[in-house]
Write a protein that binds this ligand. Structure first.
Ligand code: XMP
Length: 238
């Protein structure tokens, strides 16, 4: 199946759920098929570095494309952390292997790496998604207070419109929403890390990213439905 082109790549109406498929490629394929009945609530699927280890990125995308036409976001956990020339090669390879969007985390690598990542994504037709802050305790220990703003300003200047913000820190989501405006916010940290879907969306998250809260649920279809209902309530109460 041909890769969705960036100009046509659309995460769809807001809000939408992004299941994080941090499970084996076989299990991911089964989960995608199961979630077929709630695909309207799903904006994209996020695949992971674990898939690249297990199956290779190319094989993973080819396998999962049998079951869905939704955009596939690659989370290298964490990309855009190396020198510009390597980061460029990674983005071009991800595009070649059929990924539609690529998450970059340049917080420790700096502006030249960010520039190279975004440039290579654009050149290859990938949607670049840039992380501004992580969710876990101690996430900002080695960073300056101004780091997210510096990253945002540079990314914004480069034309980036999609950002990852921590779904369990509502005041931070609201602050970042003020910078991002009509752009899109995707947020992990929901359910397993304590973030509440409705609260995160109310604060500005457009696309909750949920891994364990979906793939470990007894009924993943019901979990996506419930997350979507919560997201919808949050969106309507903005
Ligand atoms: P869970 O199972 O916690 O999975 O819903 C979250 C997914 O999002 C990826 N990711 C992050 N997770 N904080 C997170 O909690 C972050 O800052 C972050 N950035 C990305 C994570 O790798 C997993 O796939």
């Amino acid at each position: 199946m041909p890769r969705t082109k960036i100009e046509k790549m659309d995460l769809g109406k807001k809000p939408g759920i992004i299941p994080a498929l941090d499970i084996s490629v076989g299990e991911a394929g089964e989960l995608i098929q199961k979630l077929g009945e709630v695909e309207d609530y799903i904006a994209a699927y996020k695949i992971s570095s674990l898939h690249a280890f297990e199956f290779g990125l190319k094989g993973t995308v080819a396998e999962l494309r049998k079951f869905t036409e939704k955009p596939i976001i690659y989370d290298h956990q964490k990309a855009a952390t190396d020198i510009p020339s390597i980061v460029e090669k990674q983005a071009k390879a991800a595009a070649e292997y059929g990924v539609n969007a690529f998450i970059g985390v340049p917080l420790g690598a700096g502006s030249k790496t960010l520039e190279a990542f975004v440039g290579a994504c654009k050149e290859s037709g990938l949607l670049p998604i840039i992380l501004l802050e992580m969710t876990q305790e101690g996430a900002t220990d080695y960073l300056k207070d101004a780091t997210p703003r510096l990253v945002f300003d540079k990314a914004n200047e480069l034309g980036v419109t999609h950002f990852v913000c921590p779904g369990n820190k509502y005041d931070k989501i609201a602050e970042y929403k003020g910078w991002i405006g009509e752009g899109s916010i995707m947020s992990p940290g929901i359910k397993a890390q304590g973030g509440k879907c409705e609260e995160a969306v109310k604060a500005g998250t457009d696309y909750p990213i949920v891994g364990r809260g979906v793939y470990q649920a007894e009924d993943p279809v019901a979990a996506v439905k419930e997350l979507y209902e919560q997201a919808k309530r949050g969106f309507e109460s903005r």
